[in-house]
Design a protein around this ligand. Sequence first.
Ligand SMILES: [Fe+2]
Ligand SMILES: [Fe+2]
Length: 188
Amino acid sequence: MDNRTDQDVVDVLTAQHQQISTLIEQIRGDHDDKQQLFNELVRLLAVHESAEEEVVHPAAKRAAFGVEDMVKTRLGEENRAKQHLADLYDMGVEHPEFAARFARFADAVADHAAHEEAEEFTMLRKQFSETQLQRMAESVRFAESVAPTRPHPRAGESAVANVLVGPPFALFDRIRDALRDRGEDTHA
Ligand SMILES: [Fe+2]
Ligand SMILES: [Fe+2]
């Protein structure tokens, strides 16, 4: 069987943080396929943040007292990032101001991820059983299965599937709705 099923939700989310950070660095670099890389970033952030919003943050809130403020802060950052991402999408990677605005976005995303890893993820491992953490990992993988594109396995290192992802908000909403339709069994 797929050994990814051994991973718990913290493994999966932390690996996604790493993928997000790598994509951001590539987009900030001098790549010819900047638009495709940006599309892939939109897809990955939509998967990742939607799963956190629908599954991980609610579980964190249920699991421990006194984390409401932390979760509220993270949700606020996620909402701002979503808006920022939509603005960048509308602007387009060729816009003269894209690089400067993308740099500010990148800093905010890195800061957000660092806070999640240091506070929320540490807390999840303390509060939940291995089975519960693996069940949450399944929800993240489900969110990924809803997103419309995967990098083509034979496309080579720098090439990403050339798929139109559409406006970021539509993709975030689609993944959120699918997670909600999946229902209560996503809850640890
Ligand atoms: Fe997040
Ligand atoms: Fe995250």
